[in-house]
Design a binder for this molecule. Structure first.
Ligand code: BDR
Ligand code: CA
Length: 315
């Protein structure tokens, strides 16, 4: 059984990932923490609470960061053309919900849960890395207490998706991402190198809804404009970025990995670029020296990942 905290900015593909975690028999979802990104944190938190309510999640939802560690570093425009004006693909979400947020801030919930379950928790982070960086800053001991971190973010040997250099989750808080990659905890990074190859078309979404009933049908409904965006961008269907990070935990054999120290460019035109230094490769003195060697995904069995999503949601 994997104990998991899911740090997220729902977010259309975040919603699918959350349902995957909720349905997976080997996942014990202990907490959901929200962050700005696909929409303002007020919206991503409201969306997480909405999904908690309709899907019957028992894990607490704690609201997290409203902006990056360095607020002036990067002005942010919400990606309404991808995730809709409400962050859930313009799917109607009630203004008033019965589910309420935990009284703690996200980073505090992370700290409390990790300290309560030493060595057991995997943090799956699929939004800006701000909450994880704040948790590390407030409680450096958690680096030695987590089982691991799996994150959706980065573009290691491919272009980014928000600039030619940068992937959105990293670009949106580059300083936080650099803190997360260089902390003394094991990180597995699932970036655009692999996620952009995992495309679910409308036929696949229909099959998902058929197999997974009402819960999965909600995913199908809220994903429609997201599918349109990715089809117009030249993909075969919607890219299921965030669920790939979850499956890297449950089915790591579906990915190929390489080992590298990773630094994040925090200035200039390459801001948000994730730059790996492959393990064992020699360079002159650099800021990669003596950094933790992390694990980054470079290959994926896309059809097996899609099949695993359908099987898991079918329950
Ligand atoms: C990442 O950015 C968001 O749009 C998605 O939810 C995903 O986490 C992909 O770059
Ligand atoms: Ca996300």
């Amino acid at each position: 059984m994997h104990k998991v905290i899911f740090d997220t900015d729902p977010g259309v593909d975040d919603a699918l990932a959350l349902l995957y975690l909720h349905k997976h028999p080997q996942i014990d979802l202990l907490g959901v923490t929200t962050v700005f990104g696909n929409a303002a944190v007020e919206s991503t938190t409201h969306n997480a609470l909405y999904l908690k309510q309709v899907w019957g999640l028992t894990a607490p939802v704690a609201r997290g960061a409203a902006g990056p560690l360095q607020p002036d570093a990067q002005p942010e425009a919400w990606p309404v053309h991808i995730h809709g004006h409400n962050g859930l693909g313009n799917h109607p979400v009630p203004d008033v919900l019965e589910a309420t947020a935990d009284t703690r801030e996200a980073h505090q919930l992370i700290i409390d849960l990790v300290r309560a379950h030493p060595g057991e928790i995997t943090l799956i982070a699929v939004g800006r890395m701000t909450n994880l960086a704040l948790a590390l800053q407030h409680a450096p001991d958690i680096a030695g207490l987590v089982r691991g971190v799996v994150l959706m973010g980065g573009a290691f040997h491919v272009n980014g998706n928000i600039t030619p250099a940068a992937e959105a989750n990293i670009w949106g808080d580059a300083e936080a991402a650099d803190i997360v990659f260089t902390a003394r905890w094991p990180v597995t990074a699932i970036g655009l190198d692999v996620t952009t190859r995992v495309e679910m078309d409308r036929h696949g979404l229909d099959a998902l809804a058929h197999a997974g009933g009402a819960d999965a049908d909600l995913v199908r409904s809220l994903s429609q404009e997201y599918v349109d965006f990715y089809l117009q961008a030249g993909h075969k269907g919607m890219v299921v970025h965030d669920c790939c990070a979850c499956i890297a935990l449950t089915r790591p054999e579906l990915f190929q990995f390489e080992r590298a120290s990773v630094r994040v460019a925090c200035d200039g035109v390459a801001r948000g670029m994730t730059i790996p230094k492959p393990e064992g490769m020699a360079f002159g003195p650099s800021v990669w020296d003596d950094q933790v060697v992390q694990t980054i995904a470079i290959g994926v069995d896309a059809s097996a990942v899609l099949a695993d999503i359908e099987t898991t949601l079918a329950g």
